[in-house]
Ligand binder design. Structure first.
Ligand SMILES: Cc1cc2nc3c(=O)[nH]c(=O)nc-3n(C[C@H](O)[C@H](O)[C@H](O)COP(=O)(O)OP(=O)(O)OC[C@H]3O[C@@H](n4cnc5c(N)ncnc54)[C@H](O)[C@@H]3O)c2cc1C
Length: 432
C-alpha cells in the first residue's frame, strides 16, 4: 500500500514513522541483535511475540528493566498479518506510526445511513508490519532482550523459585512468565471460555485493494454497513479508505458461520460491485487479513500460576461488546510493566472500569439473542449519541453522562429484559 501523503486528501497529517513506510504486505525481519543464543534461565519469559508480548516488553524497557527477557513465538516470521484501528483518545507509543486517520465515519443499514464527524478523537489505522518493525527496532537496542522465533511453547510447570518452560527447542527457567499466546480457535483457553460464557464470534476477512479509478472518499471510513445480505447471519461491511483508490474492505460476521476464505472473498466482491460499482477486473488485491475474535463475557484469569500471568486476549483484553483489544492491551501492559519495575507481587487486576461490565453483558446478549434487531440498535446509537460521547463509550473512557445518553438512545424493553437476565445470572454465579 502506498504511504499516505499528508494533507489534501482528507486524512490529516500525522507524525511520520522514523523510516519511510514500507509497502504493506512485506514481512519484517527479526533484527540479528535479538536472535541471541538462549541461556538456561531468564528473569522474564514472554510467550508470544504478538501485540501484547511485544508491547509488554517495550513498556518493561521504558520502565528501565534491564534483567534478561526472553520472548518465544512459534511463528517463523513477522508477517503483515493485521491492521489495528483505534480511536486516538490517549497517547500510546505507537500512535505516531498510523498510516491514516479519519475524523468522519459512517454507519449504514436498510433504514438509512448516519455520518458522525469529530476532530477530537480521530480513528487511526496502524499497519501490523509498522508496529512489529518499530517495536523490534526498540528491543534490538537493549542487550537484555532475546527473541526466538520458530519455538512453540508446549507448556510450563512451576517449581521452586521459578517456572520451567517447555519449548520445541528445549527448556528454559524463568522467574516469571507472561503468557500472551492469544486465543487461537481450538486452544484450551478458547474452548473453556466458549463453554462458560455468553459468546459472540466475530469472524472476518479483509482485503486490501487498489482500484483503477477514484472510488473512495479518504476523508470518511465506514464502520458498519449492514445493507448487505443478512440471510447467513448478522453481517456488515467495514471499509477503511486510505486514498481515493485504496482501501481495506472487510466482510464481518457476528455469528458462527464458518464462512470459508473463498466465501468471504465472494461477499466482498459482491459488496464492491453493489456499493461502489467495482467489477472484478477493476481492482487488484494487495493483501488479505483474517480473524476470529471472540466477544465474550468470560472472566479470563489474570494469574495462570503463582508466577505466571496472562496478557492480551488470553488475559481478557478484548472488549466484550465490540471486539476491540488494541487500546486495552496497551493500557494493561503499561500498568503491568510499572508494577513489575516496582517489584510487584500482584499483577494489576484490570484497567477497564467495572461499571461498564453490565452494559457490555447486555449488548453481548442482545447480539446473540436478537441479531435481526441489531442493525436498528446500532443505527440508533450512531444517530442518537454525539460522536465524542460514543467514542468515549467505545474506548471505555465514558462519563456517566455519556452512558446515560447511550442508554437513552436504546430501545428500553428488550434491553431491560436482558439487563434482568444478566443481573440474575451474575447473582446465581457464573456457569461452571
Ligand atoms: C486480523 C485482525 C485484525 C484486528 N484488528 C483489530 C483492530 O482494528 N482493533 C483492535 O482493537 N483489535 C483488533 N484485533 C484484535 C486484537 O487487537 C489482536 O488480535 C491482537 O493481536 C491480540 O493480541 P495478543 O497479543 O493477545 O495476540 P497476538 O497478537 O495474536 O499474539 C499471539 C502470539 O502468540 C503466538 N503463539 C500462539 N501459540 C503459541 C505457542 N504455543 N507457542 C509459541 N507462540 C505461540 C502467536 O504466533 C502470536 O504471535 C484484530 C485481530 C486480528 C486477527
Amino acid at each position: 500500500m502506498t504511504p499516505i501523503a499528508s494533507g489534501g486528501t482528507g486524512i490529516a497529517a500525522a507524525p511520520r514513522p522514523a523510516r519511510p513506510a514500507r509497502e504493506r504486505g512485506s514481512p519484517v525481519a527479526l533484527p540479528a541483535a535479538l536472535d541471541r543464543p538462549v541461556r538456561d534461565d531468564y528473569e522474564f519469559v514472554i510467550l508470544g511475540a504478538g501485540c501484547s508480548g511485544l508491547s509488554l516488553c517495550h513498556y518493561l524497557l521504558e520502565e528501565g528493566v534491564d534483567a534478561p527477557i526472553l520472548i518465544l513465538d512459534r511463528k517463523t516470521s513477522f508477517e503483515d498479518d493485521r491492521t489495528w484501528c483505534f480511536w486516538d483518545v490517549e497517547p500510546t507509543p505507537f500512535t505516531h506510526l498510523a498510516r491514516g486517520e479519519w475524523s468522519s465515519w459512517s454507519f449504514a443499514s436498510e433504514a438509512g445511513s448516519v455520518t458522525q464527524t469529530t476532530s477530537r478523537y480521530p480513528y487511526k489505522y496502524l499497519a501490523g508490519r509498522d508496529f512489529y518493525e518499530h517495536v523490534l527496532d526498540r528491543l534490538a537496542g537493549s542487550p537484555n532482550v532475546t527473541v526466538r522465533l520458530g519455538e512453540g511453547v508446549g507448556g510450563y510447570a512451576e517449581e521452586s523459585g521459578g517456572v520451567g518452560v517447555e519449548t520445541s527447542a528445549g527448556r528454559v527457567l524463568a522467574r516469571r512468565v507472561f503468557d500472551g499466546r492469544g486465543l487461537p480457535p481450538g486452544s484450551a483457553a478458547f474452548e473453556e471460555a466458549r463453554r462458560r460464557s455468553v459468546w459472540v464470534p466475530q469472524e472476518f476477512l479483509g482485503r486490501r485493494i487498489r482500484t483503477r479509478r477514484d472510488v473512495f472518499d479518504p476523508g470518511r471510513c465506514t464502520l458498519m454497513d449492514f445493507s448487505v445480505d443478512q440471510s447467513r447471519g448478522l453481517r456488515f461491511a467495514y471499509v477503511l479508505p486510505t486514498g481515493e483508490r485504496e482501501a481495506l474492505v472487510e466482510n464481518v460476521y457476528l455469528s458462527e458461520t464458518g464462512t470459508s476464505r473463498q466465501g468471504h472473498r465472494s461477499e466482498i466482491g459482491a459488496y464492491l460491485e453493489g456499493s461502489y460499482g467495482l467489477g472484478p477486473g477493476e481492482y487488484e488485491v494487495m493483501g488479505e487479513e483474517r480473524g476470529y475474535i471472540p466477544m465474550t463475557d468470560h472472566r479470563f484469569p489474570r494469574r495462570l500460576g503463582e508466577r505466571v500471568h496472562s496478557i492480551g486476549m488470553l488475559g481478557g483484553e478484548t472488549r466484550p461488546s465490540t471486539g476491540y483489544a488494541f487500546l486495552r492491551i496497551q493500557r494493561y501492559c503499561r500498568e503491568l510493566a510499572r508494577a513489575v519495575s516496582a517489584g510487584f507481587e500482584e499483577p494489576p487486576a484490570r484497567v477497564h472500569p467495572r461499571r461498564l461490565d453490565l452494559l457490555d453483558g447486555i449488548f453481548l446478549r442482545f447480539v446473540r439473542e436478537r441479531p435481526k434487531e441489531c442493525p436498528e440498535v446500532y443505527r440508533r446509537m450512531f444517530a442518537g449519541v454525539p460522536p465524542d460521547a460514543l467514542v468515549r463509550f467505545l474506548t471505555e473512557r465514558s462519563t456517566p453522562l455519556d452512558e446515560a445518553r447511550l442508554v437513552r438512545a436504546l430501545p428500553k424493553r428488550p434491553f431491560l429484559a436482558l439487563a434482568v437476565e444478566a443481573l440474575l445470572e451474575n447473582a446465581r454465579g457464573r456457569r461452571t
